[in-house]
Design a protein. Structure first.
Lengths: 151, 644
């Protein structure tokens, strides 16, 4: 039995400790907001926060994150999260939307660390999040807007 | 907010499917909402015709359709017959209804329709329920305007009955009906009474100058649920008792299973079964991770006797050889060979276009199960519902009407989900059949399956010879195209082939907009077991590039400015010229560029939309970086300009 702390709640799972956190979230816990895109940390769709840091859940084994604070798109909250979501909605960033959970988790991570990011900071922080609809320009604009609104 | 149409077990219950019969449409639904039935017999007859992408129109069969549901909670739900894979039809189509209905945008909802070609035919592609060819707004335009106007008329008629005032004295604005006497009422208050009104045989549509919503920026209806993780894509569907299946497919296209050793796969904890299907070998497990691990342990020997064994380089050499044979003529005017010999400066160019994977962000997947009533339920981002119903019915020995499709959000498509053989949904049906329908099957493709799994944009080879006219125009243009037809041997062949030519392989060349007196274009099929498919913009993905690069080369050879060179050659194509001029103006065409930076321009029409682009690029050590694109787009009426 592995005990995980997800969005502040303790969840006990009887799974292979090598199972990627992605599949534990999606299949064992039915938390499907975190997306499967590639399974090899090349697309960022599965991004969650572990102890506040954006991480690819497809390359994170559940056995390695017992007891650490895991936050998913369903549970992420606070001033930065609200500002990011609001900016995303204001600018109509989403298209198919499939990558956007990961984009938002990466953007929240960025703005938490770097409240006033430059375009280069955004590029570096968001480089691992692929959007097949190519919403990149709006993502960048939304991060700037969220940053401005956070004061 | 999006209507609660969720097939995940977190949801309390899925909404009942929209009932197909008119009688049912007019009664109070189980959910308490009222369904405004609209019987657009006349609407179907007046639907816009002349579809280009897939040829024929649906004809004039009287299709009773239902697109609008007004709830006593004052919501207006528009039933969406198309797949939303990001293009935004769940916002654009409700905008059209809301406009004629004079609804408040905040009360609008969207809900995916069931699969039913009688109700939800694509009037430009049909008879088929399907999404593609840039037809979603175009084929819905009159249908939904009339549905919205009819619903408005029925609401007003209900108010007339209640208030005993003439209809002309009732105004409707933002979902509220008002009379000068001070009486007013919301759509919700009159929903039930409106549903009892007769459907008007004729409705008056708005003068476009009175549009309030169409042509404005309206926020997407799906922004909230796509930013909090609650939007349900087919990969998020959870059906009770479902087994997850992954399939080992032949490593070479055209290969077949020779023998299977499933012992190690079955030993993986969580794996429940291994079955052979026509497409490969499926590993079934209690969840995704053990299914993937089980497949890693699976041993299969393959029969490659009918497989494609050539490399890309071998195939390219074959394509070049094919181009020297006589092909199937796709366009002919004047005497191109004589003109190439006798004219002025001559240019030759050839182009290779590689296979391209669509790679939608959401890996292909779907869930299929036997319903308690003997029907089949499919949960998928289905793009050609009618094809999928027919194919699955044939595999499972039932009739298409017994195959229900529950549409979900789709994480991209780019053409990949629109297949003539139902592709991955057919695979899932084959697994359901092979396992006796005991459990629902959730078929999941991994990203590797997606990239290696084919249905690519075909590889293409173009060879062009052209000659300048001494007076500054183009005297001759000879264009040979080699590439695989993905329509051949499919149900689409009949409409996709014209005079022995796959029209999708030559679109953008056969209908070259530039005026050239001596012209010839031909196509050569290049069959292969490699599976191919339309990729976003279909033939134009390669023809636009080849044609526009060649035009640019000719302009340079003629010593002319690329914009000035194009304009007289486009004399019969004013919409090309208009976007070309606009892009040139907005893109600063003619400005001097710094060293190592360049500016180029191109114009093309595909699917009735005209686009010109000015690209600023930096060349650095042989690498090209795109700095800026300025695009001018003429797509006709832009329902929501921010979402084009």
């Amino acid at each position: 039995m592995i005990s995980l702390t997800i969005n502040g709640a303790q969840r006990d799972l009887d799974v292979d400790p090598q199972m990627p956190l992605l599949w534990a979230l999606r299949d064992s816990l039915n938390m499907t907001g975190t997306k499967f895109g590639c399974g090899i940390a090349q697309c960022g769709a599965c991004t969650v926060h572990i102890d506040g840091e954006p991480q690819r859940s497809c390359q994170t084994q559940v056995g390695d994150v017992a007891g650490r604070a895991i936050t998913t798109i369903e549970g992420v909250q606070g001033k930065v999260a609200e500002a990011v979501r609001t900016a995303w909605r204001n600018l109509d960033v989403v298209q198919c939307g499939y990558c956007q959970s990961g984009q938002i988790m990466s953007a929240i991570g960025l703005l938490t660390q770097t409240p006033k990011p430059t375009d280069n900071n955004i590029h570096d922080a968001m480089d691992g999040n692929v959007c097949r609809c190519a919403t990149y320009q709006r993502i960048r604009a939304a991060i700037h807007e969220a940053s401005n609104n956070l004061g | 907010m999006y209507a609660n149409q969720i097939y995940n077990k977190r949801a309390p219950a899925a909404l009942p499917p929209v009932s197909p019969s008119r009688r049912d449409l007019l009664k109070v639904s189980a959910a308490g909402a009222l369904v405004l039935g609209v019987l657009p017999r006349a609407f179907a007859e007046e639907a816009p015709g002349g579809g280009k992408a897939l040829g024929q129109t649906a004809g004039n069969q009287p299709n009773p359709t239902a697109f609008v549901r007004i709830g006593s909670d004052n919501t207006v739900t528009v039933i969406i017959k198309h797949l939303d894979k990001g293009q935004g039809v769940t916002t654009g189509l409700p905008t059209i209804v809301a406009e004629e209905l004079d609804a408040d945008w905040a009360q609008m909802r969207a809900e995916f329709s069931p699969a039913n070609v009688q109700l939800y035919n694509n009037t430009l592609l049909g008879p088929i329920q399907g999404t593609g060819g840039s037809t979603s707004v175009a084929n819905s335009w009159l249908q939904l305007r009339k549905a919205g106007a009819a619903a408005r008329a029925m609401l007003v008629a209900a108010a007339v009955d209640a208030w005993k005032v003439p209809a002309e004295e009732i105004s409707v604005e933002k979902g509220v009906m008002k009379h000068k006497s001070g009486k007013s009422g919301t759509f919700g208050e009159f929903a039930e009474a409106a549903a009892r009104q007769p459907v008007p045989p004729e409705v008056k549509l708005k003068d476009p100058k009175d549009f309030k919503l169409i042509g404005t920026k309206i926020h997407r209806i799906d922004s909230n649920i796509k930013t909090d993780g609650s939007a349900i894509y087919s990969l998020d569907v959870r059906r009770p008792g479902a087994a997850v299946a992954v399939v080992m497919r032949p490593p070479r296209f055209g290969g077949k299973v020779k023998s299977v050793d499933a012992a190690a796969a079955k030993a993986v904890k969580g794996v429940v079964d291994v079955v052979t299907i026509p497409q490969g070998v499926a590993v079934l497990a209690e969840s995704t991770w053990p299914a993937i691990k089980g497949r890693e342990a699976l041993k299969v020997d393959w029969d490659d006797s009918a497989a494609e064994m050539r490399s890309s380089a071998d195939m390219a050499a074959d394509y070049k050889r094919l181009a020297s044979n006589p092909g199937a003529p796709a366009a002919k005017a004047g005497d191109v060979d004589a003109a190439l010999k006798s004219s002025g400066k001559k240019l030759e160019a050839d182009f290779f276009f590689p296979y391209l994977a669509h790679a939608p962000m959401e890996p292909l997947n779907c869930t299929i199960e036997m319903g308690a009533d003997g029907g089949i339920d499919i949960y998928a981002g289905s793009q050609f519902q009618t094809v999928e119903q027919g194919t699955v019915a044939a595999i499972l020995g039932t009739t298409p009407d017994k195959v229900r499709i529950h549409s979900t959000w789709a994480g991209g498509s780019f053409g990949r989900r629109a297949t003539p053989n139902a592709d991955y949904i057919a695979e899932a049906a084959s697994i359901l059949k092979a396992t006796g329908g005991k459990r629902p099957i959730h078929l999941v493709w991994t990203r590797e399956d997606d990239i290696k799994g084919g249905r690519y944009r075909p590889m293409f080879y173009h060879a062009i010879e052209a000659a300048l006219d001494p007076s500054g125009g183009i005297a001759a243009w000879k264009h040979r195209i080699v590439g695989q037809s993905f329509a051949r041997g499919t149900p689409f062949e009949e409409v996709m082939f014209k005079n022995g030519v796959d029209v999708m392989a030559v679109e953008g060349v056969a209908d070259l907009p530039y005026s050239v007196p001596n012209r010839y274009a031909e196509w050569h099929d290049a069959p292969s077991p490699v599976t191919t498919l339309w990729w976003r913009s279909v033939g134009h993905t390669h023809t636009a590039h080849a044609v526009e690069v060649m035009i640019d080369e000719l302009a340079h050879a003629a010593g002319q400015d690329p914009v000035a060179f194009r304009i007289p050659l486009l004399k019969d194509h004013p919409r090309h010229v208009a976007v070309l001029k606009l892009a040139a103006e907005k893109g600063g065409w003619g400005e001097k560029m710094p060293a190592a930076k360049g500016r180029g321009i191109a114009v093309h029409e595909s699917f009735h939309t005209f686009v010109a682009m000015v690209a600023d690029v930096t060349v650095d050590g042989g690498k090209v970086k795109v700095d800026r694109i300025v695009a001018a787009v003429d797509c006709g009426i832009a329902v929501n300009p921010d979402m084009i």
